[in-house]
Design a protein around this ligand. Structure first.
Ligand SMILES: [Zn+2]
Length: 224
């Protein structure tokens, strides 16, 4: 298994997408984005990278061929030579690995996806389709906006009350904790859950929608 969270460096896109933007939907030059995706593919040494048309939902799609382009927010796969990609610029890129059956997964967990428990649903699908067991599961949450910067309006806290922090009358969400709690609730051991300490809004090595609005997307990738 190979996993990777990219930064904004190492690609060919120009300002404000500089430089390793992998998102085709952000109005960057499509040729640059394709070149960036090719750089990523070469770095991983896989024949196929599967991207999602991410819609802030909770659908999980099974990848088997490598040429899919589904509208969904999570992918699972048992094939070698396929990289599953989740694009982000503040949302949490979550990678999943069943180290016994060798199954991989990715999920896009922003505020909506987290409230819909897209991470739990990804694991449920791995269990249902591939017979994965909770005790064999490893979860990796990549760089994403953290509670230091993720201020929201009160209406955006519905369903996420457990990870809400109120400071001087302002509301901040801790989505990493919300997802961690979800995984612990399934019985995943604490030591099998890795959370990046990097806040994308604080750290300019990463694209951040909250900080920059017009910007690129970095990604989490996992492959067998
Ligand atoms: Zn921050």
């Amino acid at each position: 298994m190979q996993k990777l969270f990219t930064t904004r460096f190492g690609g060919v896109s120009q300002v404000p997408f500089d430089s390793l933007n992998v998102g085709l939907h952000v109005n960057d030059n499509a040729l640059h984005v394709k070149e960036n995706r090719a750089i990523l593919k070469k770095q991983l040494g896989v024949s196929n990278l599967v991207f999602m048309n991410q819609v802030h939902g909770d659908e999980v799609v099974v990848v088997s061929k490598g040429d899919e382009y589904p509208s969904c927010d999570a992918l699972i796969c048992a094939q070698e030579d396929i990289g599953l990609v989740v694009m982000v610029a503040d949302c949490i890129p979550i990678l999943f690995y069943d180290r016994v059956r060798h199954i991989i997964g990715v999920a896009h967990a922003g505020r909506a996806g987290s409230a819909l428990h897209v991470g739990q649903k990804t694991i449920a699908k791995m269990q249902e389709v591939f017979g994965s067991k909770i005790e064999d599961m490893q979860v990796f949450m990549g760089p994403s906006i953290q509670k230091c910067c993720y201020e929201v309006g009160i209406e955006a806290t519905v369903g996420l009350e457990k990870c809400l922090h109120v400071k001087h009358g302002r509301y901040f969400l801790d989505l990493q904790s919300a997802n961690k709690e979800d995984f612990l609730a399934l019985g995943i051991r604490e030591e099998a859950i890795e959370i990046s300490p990097i806040c994308t809004c604080c750290d300019k090595d990463y694209f951040s929608y909250r900080r920059d609005k017009t910007t690129g997307r970095f990604c989490g990738v996992i492959t067998l």
